[in-house]
Write a protein that binds this ligand. Sequence first.
Ligand code: UT7
Length: 339
Amino acid sequence: MAVASFRGLGRTKRAAFTGTGAYLPARRMTNADLERMVDTSDAWIVQRTGIRERRIAAPEEATSDMALHAARAALADASLRAEDLDAIVVATMLGDRLVPSTAALVQAALGAPHAAAFDVGAACTGFVYALAVGASCVKSGLFRNVLVIGSECNSRIVDWTDRNTCILFGDGAGAAVLAAADGGEGSDILDVELGCDGAKAGLITIEAGGTRLPATPDTAAGGRHLLRMNGREVFKFAVNIMCHMLVDMCRRNGIALDDIALCIPHQVNYRVIEACCERVPLPLGRFYLNIDRCGNTSAASIPIALDEAVRAGRLARGDLVCILGFGAGMTWGSALVRW
Ligand code: UT7
């Protein structure tokens, strides 16, 4: 497990959050819609997951299109021009194409000629990994302005005949601008924990389409390009790792659970968050939740929730925020942010 404390670096720049943005596709898919597609019910989905509806990208929309909407919103919020970006980091499970990166497509569409651009792949934990990379670049003085995006078009990799997975996922994108700031007590990413247990990689996987099993008509016909998951094991892993990250983050930084104004968890399943709250313990109201409206949007779920929390007035400048993510790999990542 890798635990990284930025505080150990001595005097560095702050990586300040100066803007956020989000995008959800217009089409709503309700549980009633799913009842007509697979053997499930609104009652089962609500009781087991807390999800009531999710958004689905239009046929012409791809990962970079959603990322672009969120990016423009975040830049406007930060009052920053695209030309002033030094880097664009996109967290995604599946970009528009295998090559080039989705970040490269966003860079061109955004008009950010001075920005380095690359993707980060850590599945649903991707945004936390990307934040850590972005913050490191800002704190080290390499870049001044970094745009970090999470964007997912899960509807393209979901098996719409598999009731174990298709009820969970949604599409969308979220973004945040990190800007270098000098000293002081302002907005900053104070600490991160990034981890991976690769021995559990089989719990969530897309088997075909890579170098191990390249795409063929047979792999396509067998649905082997679609997401498979051991839901029950992932559920247990999620509860354990979320609790561990939250408690350990407080311990390492010498703060009490009560000092955290808001947790922004990966929107995995209402019951995972509820179980985590009971075990830690922390009141459920201290977690920002939008899973009822968005489902699980993988790497996009944390930045979408963060942007919503900001718009809803749930965060004040100076608040301590704990970001908690986990996903395929199995990966996990948390960040302690001073808002
Ligand atoms: O970002 C990470 C991605 N991963 C996740 O988000 C997954 C985390 N895991 C979960 O959210 C939950 O494990 C699920 C929602 C996937 C499943 O909930 P569960 O409470 O763990 O149910 P289960 O898998 O233990 O299945 C219980 C029953 C089974 O029937 P039997 O064997 O008891 O007769 C399933 O076949 O529920 C059945 N079932 C369904 N029934 C109605 C599974 N999916 C459905 C469904 N509608 N959609």
